[in-house]
Design a protein around this ligand. Structure first.
Ligand code: GLU
Length: 423
């Protein structure tokens, strides 16, 4: 059994994972029982069947989802995931996380998430395009620049966002770039968007290290996952002076005690169909071994439920910065907290992506585009401020950074819900 299958076996329900944190934060806030029910319930859950003609002439029907969790702070915002693991409970959890993520980051958006159960790697570009257009048609009443604004997530990128923008624009009869973010630069994407999540992970890592008194030039790091988030996080963290001892992707882990040259790894993966398989200059380890390495900083940037009660006690890192959504399951929270490990939670650590998505939406609506320097400066400032806000809340309530982030987010959404009234 591969390391990934091993990890999958112990995966926990992501919605339950979200709710158990929500419950602790709600208690700290003394949240009214009625408001509790409002905030935990997704506002809208849409499931669609998407018939697509495959290249060989067969018709296949795919299942697509979009969940809008909450729109009190603004239009729903969140990515679309293409993966065989997509299911409603996962999309519901991811949508709720987007609500909390936008609230923690002071972004005027609610939370949503979408997904299609498919294996994009086994599909041709034409098949993925037809699927993306079918999904957009099915969601025409859900999406909209003032309603629900999708973006990339696992298995999707600028290419899919371009098709979505085009299909939506054709259906409404005018060009509507602000309906989706993470578009290619030439068609209204924002400078800095591709790097934004990894950049935010790096800024969150630096902020946490500063609080912990860790010297970047004497610190080591392991990064799980080498997609957009993992590879860019690794590269930017390396630029801060840390030695990257290990990286990994679906093909396994790659370890070098003297430090991995991340630029070389990125170039290798690019030239090798996006995979690190056979990467020279590193010893092969498993994804599980990577998580348990004796490093200062661990960045899980692959997928959900990688650190659970089954391996949490063996984690040696002093600091975990969650590049992925939900990589630490709720069952591991207490174990890590008791070990004194600081965890910068997903809804804070990986918010750089949605922050620059917000900037992209702003630029699309203004019809005026910012320099990369302005995008990065504003995104970095936002991350530092959000980090500080959550850090102060963790001191005030004597709780972990994760619970503090939920407290900050839930408090904000609860306040706005009450102010808006109408319930
Ligand atoms: N999919 C990313 C996330 O989970 C980005 C969402 C967005 O930009 O709207 O945060």
């Amino acid at each position: 059994m591969s390391a990934n299958a091993e990890i999958q076996k112990v995966a926990e329900n992501p919605f339950d994972s979200m709710m158990s944190r929500f419950d602790i934060a709600a208690k700290i806030l003394n949240l009214d029982a009625g408001l509790y029910n409002v905030l935990k319930s997704p506002a809208k859950q849409v499931i669609v069947s998407l018939p697509v003609t495959m290249d060989d002439g067969r018709i296949e029907v795919f299942e697509g989802f979009r969940v809008v969790h909450n729109i009190n702070l603004g239009p729903a915002k969140g990515g679309i995931r293409y993966s065989m693991d997509v299911h409603l409970d996962e999309v519901k959890a991811l949508a709720a996380w987007m609500t909390w993520k936008c609230a923690v980051s002071n972004i005027p958006f609610g939370g949503g998430k979408g997904g299609i159960k498919c294996d994009p790697r086994s599909m041709s570009a034409g098949e993925v395009e037809r699927l993306t257009r079918a999904y957009t048609r099915a969601m025409i009443d859900v999406f909209g620049p003032e309603k629900d604004i999708p973006a990339p997530d696992m298995g999707t990128g600028p290419r899919e966002m371009a098709w979505l923008m085009d299909q939506y624009s054709k259906l409404v009869g005018y060009s509507s770039p602000a309906v989706v973010t993470g578009k290619p630069l030439v068609m209204g994407g924002s400078k800095g968007r591709v790097e934004a999540t990894g950049r935010g992970v790096m800024v969150a890592t630096r902020s946490a290290m500063l609080k912990m008194g860790l010297n970047p030039f004497k610190s080591t790091c392991a990064v799980q996952g080498f997609g957009n988030v993992g590879s860019i996080s690794a590269k930017l963290i390396e630029q801060q002076g840390l030695k990257i001892l290990a990286i990994s992707d679906v093909t396994g882990g790659y370890y070098n005690p003297n430090g991995i040259n991340v630029d070389e790894a990125i170039a290798y993966s690019k030239a090798n169909k996006g995979q690190l398989d056979g990467f020279p200059g590193a010893e092969k380890i498993t994804n599980e071994q990577l998580l348990e390495l004796d490093v200062d900083v661990l960045v899980p940037a692959a997928m959900e439920d990688q650190i659970t009660k089954h391996n949490a006690a063996r984690i040696k890192a002093k600091l975990i910065v969650e590049g992925a959504n939900g990589p630490v399951s709720a069952s591991a929270d207490d174990i890590l907290h008791e070990k004194g490990i600081m965890v910068v939670p997903d809804i804070l650590a990986n918010a750089g992506g949605v922050t620059v998505s917000y900037f992209e939406w702003v630029q699309n609506r203004l019809g005026y585009f910012w320099t990369e320097e302005r995008v990065n400066r504003r995104a970095d400032r936002n991350m530092k401020e959000s980090f500080e806000q959550v850090y102060q809340a963790s001191l005030q309530h004597n709780c972990s950074m994760r619970i503090a982030a939920y407290v900050v987010a839930i408090d904000k959404v609860a306040q706005v819900t009450l102010l808006r009234g109408g319930i």
